[in-house]
Design a binder for this molecule. Structure first.
Ligand code: PLP
Length: 439
């Protein structure tokens, strides 16, 4: 215990002295120490454990330290730890085949990247070169990564200080709870959002629009599951104007929604799909783009002007093959669907009734958002200080939450057990009670 406390103190001291943190004012960061993890649990050196209801950045779909994935990385490291992307490598081919095995038939090729943002960069590049057009239409309520075009395609505040890429246009997507369209019913919201999108495309000049880029289920922006018919409607608009449809499945893919791909539940087949995170749960950084045969054919005789030293890195590829194999063999995607349907969905609905701070809960699978409001009638979001208190109250009880704006996202690993899910909800419930009492 004493050694653990010492190591925790050393960890914090080194971090604060030398590590520059993402999206933060450096003097304000107070990182949680994590020394180890297993399944849905992480712990510090001193032995404090936390039920991981964040999946870190919503990426450890298979949980921490899945033995099959760890072993596959170890084995690949012994065999061949790195190799250039221009080579043919068996593990890389198997990883591509494993991913495409869960995708619609018209997606036939994979371009591997290092993570999600560069997957989005390359999807945009593919769409621009394929169409010979320039503009990219995406949602205001979205996050697509922190690099050049991806961060400018992003809709949230992070775009604004980074607006150095050109050709990006934003629209509002459906979000009934905070409707931009004065809608009062889901169908109305859907219809008006589609009409808005089509009008923007028309006004921007359809012949100048290369791609519509959407998260299938906007994640960081609030787990905004699209209403039935929205994505099919977007597909129709894209087809009407010869626009490439890119669905960003970086967060929503590989089990998060209880489906292999989130779009499986939405009757739509995209032209390009970006993925990362859950494809191998981030055990080794990896991402990529699934490419339709039609777009891939554009580059049969024409050079694709893009590449990365570590595209298809063998350690990442081995982790993909093992992660997908384990997810298939252990029914992990089915588990995510069942936990969402039987525990998280009903449990969060009850929580929403009991807790006056909760304005809305929404989600699917192991992908939920609990939106906290100061006033249920006006739907005014709670102040940031309240979110800080909720986070602290969760951590004090051994629950690691994912907090974004005025929301707690309930996003445990896809391997979370029904008992762990119930335990996490009970801890969140207690934390909300404590914060409400203190208000
Ligand atoms: N796209 C979506 C939908 C994401 O949620 C994220 C990350 O959260 C990204 C892209 C960027 O991925 P990365 O951080 O791996 O670059």
């Amino acid at each position: 215990e004493v050694d653990g406390l010492t190591l925790d103190a050393e960890t914090v001291a080194l971090d604060r002295a030398h590590v520059f943190h993402s999206w933060s004012a450096q003097a304000r960061v107070a990182p949680l120490v994590v020394a180890g993890g297993s399944g849905s649990t992480v712990w510090d050196h001193a032995g404090h454990t936390y039920l991981d209801f964040s999946s870190q950045l919503v990426n450890t779909n298979i949980g921490h330290q899945h033995p099959r994935v760890v072993e596959a990385i170890r084995e690949q490291a012994g065999l061949l730890a790195t190799i250039a992307p221009a080579t043919a490598n068996l593990t890389r081919g198997r990883a591509a085949a494993a991913i495409l095995g869960h995708a619609p038939d018209r997606l036939t090729k994979v371009f591997f990247t290092n993570a999600g943002a560069d997957a989005v960069e390359n999807a945009i590049r593919l769409a621009r070169l394929h169409t010979g057009r320039d503009k990219v239409v995406s949602h205001y309520r979205s996050y697509h990564g922190n690099t050049g075009a991806a961060v400018v395609a992003t809709g949230d505040w992070r775009r604004v200080p980074n607006e150095y890429a050109r050709g990006h246009v934003h629209v509002f997507g459906p979000y009934l709870y905070r409707s931009e369209f004065w809608a009062t019913a889901l169908e109305e919201e859907c219809e008006r959002a589609l009409r808005h999108l089509e009008r923007i495309v028309q006004c921007e000049g359809p012949d100048s629009v290369a791609a519509i880029l959407l998260e299938t289920v906007p994640g960081t922006a609030g787990v905004l599951v699209p209403p039935p018919g929205y994505l099919a409607g977007v597909r129709e608009i894209a087809d009407r104007y010869g626009i490439v449809l890119i669905l960003d499945e970086v967060m929503a893919g590989f089990g998060r929604t209880g489906e292999w791909f989130a779009f499986d539940a939405h009757d739509v087949v995209p032209d390009l799909v970006t993925f990362a995170k859950g494809v191998n749960s981030g055990y080794v950084p990896a991402g990529g783009v699934l490419i339709s045969s039609q777009i891939a054919a554009t580059f049969d005789e024409r050079v694709f002007p893009g590449g990365l030293t570590y595209s298809g890195h063998p350690l990442a590829m081995a982790a993909i093959v093992a992660a997908i194999g384990a997810m298939e063999d252990e029914g992990i995607v089915e588990n995510a669907a069942a936990v969402g349907r039987d525990v998280l969905g009903p449990g969060l609905a009850e929580l929403a009734e009991r807790q006056s701070l909760v304005g809305e809960v929404r989600g699917t699978g192991v992908f939920w958002a609990v939106e906290l409001v100061a006033d249920r009638a006006t739907r005014e979001p709670v102040a940031p200080a309240v979110m800080g208190a909720v986070r602290a109250a969760c951590l004090a009880r051994g629950l690691l939450p994912f907090v974004a704006d005025n929301r707690v996202h309930v996003v445990p690993p896809c391997v979370v057990t029904p008992d762990e899910a119930r335990e996490g909800l009970a801890l969140l419930d207690e934390a909300l009670t404590e914060v409400t009492t203190d208000l």
